[in-house]
Design a binder for this molecule. Structure first.
Ligand SMILES: CC(C)(COP(=O)(O)OP(=O)(O)OC[C@H]1O[C@@H](n2cnc3c(N)ncnc32)[C@H](O)[C@@H]1OP(=O)(O)O)[C@@H](O)C(=O)NCCC(=O)NCCS
Length: 217
């Protein structure tokens, strides 16, 4: 699949604190956005996300993270509009399917530190899960450091359970997507992403979605 094929997976939601969040699939020309957003991750967040103290993303990493096929590797970027920038990056979530079992994918998410705790990580993961199901992925594995209390809480809130992992410092969470779907099926975000992800509907950019009150087609 090309970026044009997933262009319609572009939605806008209002978070509980009133922040208007835009979500769309990552594109090859997002390298500057990704590189700049990375600079706004604290050292701790970089370590929690990448398990190493990176000081920047290399050209090879930027290519790997932005030049994707939207089937085996899918990523959403979340942004907000600021006075200086209509698309100020605040988060990224991606899944990468396992070669050995294409029904399972490793998923990961990172949210800019000054945007934590507004619901962005949850919205990104739910949107990613909705699309993954339409691609035949039925479970996400999330590798989470055992001292990553935020991600452990966020993952448990989505109903994930743990599975054995070789490295004791890393917890392997398994998020069963059909179970998550059962829980989220009634929500506007879930149904919209499911429709779009399956190519069953085309909605204009800026279509509103969200948890609850602000939802308006
Ligand atoms: C983990 C992370 C993605 C969470 O993103 P977020 O947008 O802040 O998360 P949300 O606002 O959606 O929080 C969802 C739930 O997770 C839990 N949670 C999130 N941050 C928490 C924290 N600091 N302490 C305790 N619980 C927390 C809460 O249950 C929260 O729900 P609530 O706010 O309604 O109580 C973010 O902290 C981050 O980017 N961390 C660095 C990178 C990382 O650890 N990535 C994970 C690698 S897989």
């Amino acid at each position: 699949m090309t970026p044009d094929d997933v262009e319609d997976l572009r939605l806008t939601t209002t978070l509980p604190d009133g922040t208007v969040l835009q979500i769309r699939p990552i594109r090859p020309d997002d390298k500057p956005l990704l590189a700049e957003g990375f600079t706004r991750l604290s050292l701790e967040s970089r370590f929690l996300r990448f398990f190493s103290p990176l000081d920047h993303l290399s050209e090879a990493q930027l290519r790997y993270f932005t030049e994707i096929d939207y089937e085996d590797h899918f990523a959403f970027v979340a942004s907000v509009a600021t006075p200086d920038n209509p698309e100020y990056g605040v988060g990224v979530a991606r899944y990468i399917r396992f070669d050995a079992d294409p029904t399972v994918a490793e998923a990961a998410v990172a949210v800019a530190d000054d945007f934590h705790r507004r619901g962005i990580g949850s919205v990104l993961l739910e949107a990613l899960a909705a699309v993954a199901l339409t691609r035949g992925v039925t479970a996400f594995h999330l590798l989470v450091r055992s001292d990553n209390h935020a991600m452990i809480a966020a993952t448990e809130a989505l109903g994930a359970h743990t599975a054995p992992n070789d490295d004791a410092a890393i917890i392997r969470f398994v998020l069963d997507l059909p179970e998550l779907a059962t829980e989220l099926r009634g929500t506007p975000m879930w149904s919209v992403f499911q429709m779009l992800g399956a190519g069953a509907a085309e909605l204009a950019p800026g279509y509103g979605l969200g948890r609850g009150a602000n939802y308006a087609p």
